[in-house]
Design a protein around this ligand. Structure first.
Ligand SMILES: Cc1cc2nc3c(=O)[nH]c(=O)nc-3n(C[C@H](O)[C@H](O)[C@H](O)COP(=O)(O)OP(=O)(O)OC[C@H]3O[C@@H](n4cnc5c(N)ncnc54)[C@H](O)[C@@H]3O)c2cc1C
Length: 440
């Protein structure tokens, strides 16, 4: 009997478990919650989304859209569950997080090949052919200590921040209005418009607000794509108006013009009972979040269902430690997947979870290693994780910068749109060939 242990029933671990079990492997999926909670998870459900409810764009041409297209071709179980639980979010794939997690839980429990064991692992469980560690950015201290001792591997000084969620019935709809940028779509976002005076008052309050003090061992280093809103504000007066509060392409129905700035809210649930503050990851103290975010026009009486916060992000130095198939060079029966292996983002964690499962299956079948082509989104992401030359190594989400440059065949210049289309076409063609060869 082929037996695999998976540590962590998050996005990567749940995906890997479902893929392997459906290929006939006996999987034991270990999950530390609810006995040992992380600082960000609030439930005992697998695949809980700890911050935004968005898996980002599913439109091609974009790096995120291309990654989803490739995962769809592979039949990704979690992506399919995400689509079944989607809430309107323009071009993005956003989900009702509770329904999403409940469906992943059902899929795991219904799968005869998976046994779900609620237990914290502080080492590699005995009795398995292979183990995939997918314990995520908030891997338990016991497991981190094991990884540090075994591989001098973990980097524990990197941070992400969570955005607040607001009750829909506490929003002032005489000010906030539904619209999508450039009137594209049906107005999935709720927009809170600022005039310049309101923006100035808000900006001043935000830059002077009290923040949660970092603990002694915490060395604050934020991921650029997930900066706290007050950190962005500290970079200059216009940084919010040109960043998360940019108003471009959104007409305020009361004036017929673009406001000075806009705070966008995205539906958290299909029924629209609650909204996520887009781009408002924060480390402000809770009293300051209440005081300052209620200065946003339309949110004067906001009821916060969840406050923002900051959390540790753990990942290993993958390029030095991992082989091409995500297994440890020093211990080839041990694979690392998800955020812990140095990808960044929900869909990316699903992606490396899926790949780790395929690579483990490859070993069972004694087939030579076949990694997705580097011109594909999956291949480019894997290449970053296993071969990034960056020192020190930092995690990445999928973006066109990871893709090898196009060969322009004599042409000197090419428009941005055409370039993205060509990158995606090249990726899809190569990916399909790779996938077809896998099945043969
Ligand atoms: C605070 C925070 C906010 C984030 N926000 C976003 C966002 O908005 N959008 C985005 O795309 N990405 C975000 N990320 C990044 C990342 O995509 C997510 O964290 C994602 O959930 C990672 O997937 P994963 O499977 O690697 O880990 P997780 O989904 O965290 O799953 C790991 C699982 O392992 C369990 N576990 C931990 N230690 C053990 C152990 N020793 N034994 C057994 N089980 C264990 C945990 O309880 C957890 O269930 C955020 C990360 C953090 C930390």
């Amino acid at each position: 009997m082929k037996k695999v242990a998976i540590i962590g029933a998050g996005l990567a671990g749940s995906e890997a478990a479902l893929v392997l079990a459906r290929k006939g492997t006996q999987v034991t999926l270990f999950e530390a919650r609810p006995h040992k909670m992380t600082p960000a998870h609030t439930s005992d459900m697998p695949a809980e989304l700890v911050c935004s409810n968005s898996f980002k764009s599913q439109e091609v041409p974009s790096g995120h859209g291309q990654l989803k297209a490739e995962l769809t071709l592979l039949g990704s179980p979690l992506l399919s569950i995400a689509r079944q639980n989607a809430v309107p979010a323009g071009a993005a794939l956003a989900v009702d997080r509770e329904k999403f997690a409940a469906c992943v839980n059902d899929a795991i429990l219904r799968e005869p090949g998976i046994s779900f064991d609620r237990k914290e692992c502080t080492g590699i469980p005995d009795g398995f052919d292979y183990c995939i560690i997918a314990a995520g950015p908030l891997a338990s201290e016991g497991l981190c200590a094991f990884l540090t001792n075994e591989f001098s591997a973990t980097s524990l000084n990197f941070y992400d921040a969570i955005a607040p969620i607001i009750a829909a019935d506490s929003i002032n709809y005489s000010i906030a209005f539904f619209a999508s940028r450039w009137e594209d779509g049906e107005g999935d976002y709720l927009n809170c418009p600022f005039n310049e005076d309101e923006y100035r008052t808000f900006f001043n309050a935000l830059t002077e607000a009290d923040k949660v003090v970092a603990r002694k061992f915490e060395n604050e280093k934020f991921f650029e794509a997930c900066l706290p809103v007050e950190e962005i504000a500290s970079r200059g007066y216009q940084s919010l108006a040109f960043g998360p509060l940019r108003p471009v392409g959104i007409d305020d129905p009361r004036t017929g013009r673009w406001p000075y700035a806009i705070c966008q809210l995205r539906k958290e649930t299909l029924g629209g009972e609650s909204f996520n503050m887009v781009g408002f990851q924060t480390r402000l103290t809770i009293p300051e979040q209440k005081r300052i975010f209620r200065m946003i026009p339309g949110l004067e009486n906001a009821e916060f269902l969840r406050y923002g916060s900051i959390h540790r992000n753990t990942y290993i130095d993958s390029p030095s430690l991992l082989a091409d198939d995500l297994s440890l060079k020093k211990r080839p029966s041990l694979f690392i997947a998800g955020q812990l292996c140095g990808n960044e983002g929900y869909t990316e964690s699903i992606a490396t979870g899926h790949l780790a499962a395929l690579f483990v299956n490859n070993r069972f079948e004694n087939k030579p290693l076949s990694v997705p082509p580097p011109v594909s989104a999956l291949g480019a992401l894997l290449n970053h994780v296993t071969h990034s030359p960056e020192k020190p190594f930092t995690p990445s989400n999928v973006h066109f910068g990871l893709f090898p440059p196009l060969e322009l065949q004599g042409r000197k210049k090419i428009g941005k749109k055409e370039k993205k289309e060509l990158l995606c076409k090249r990726a899809t063609d190569a990916f399909k060939q790779w996938k077809d060869a896998l099945i043969v």
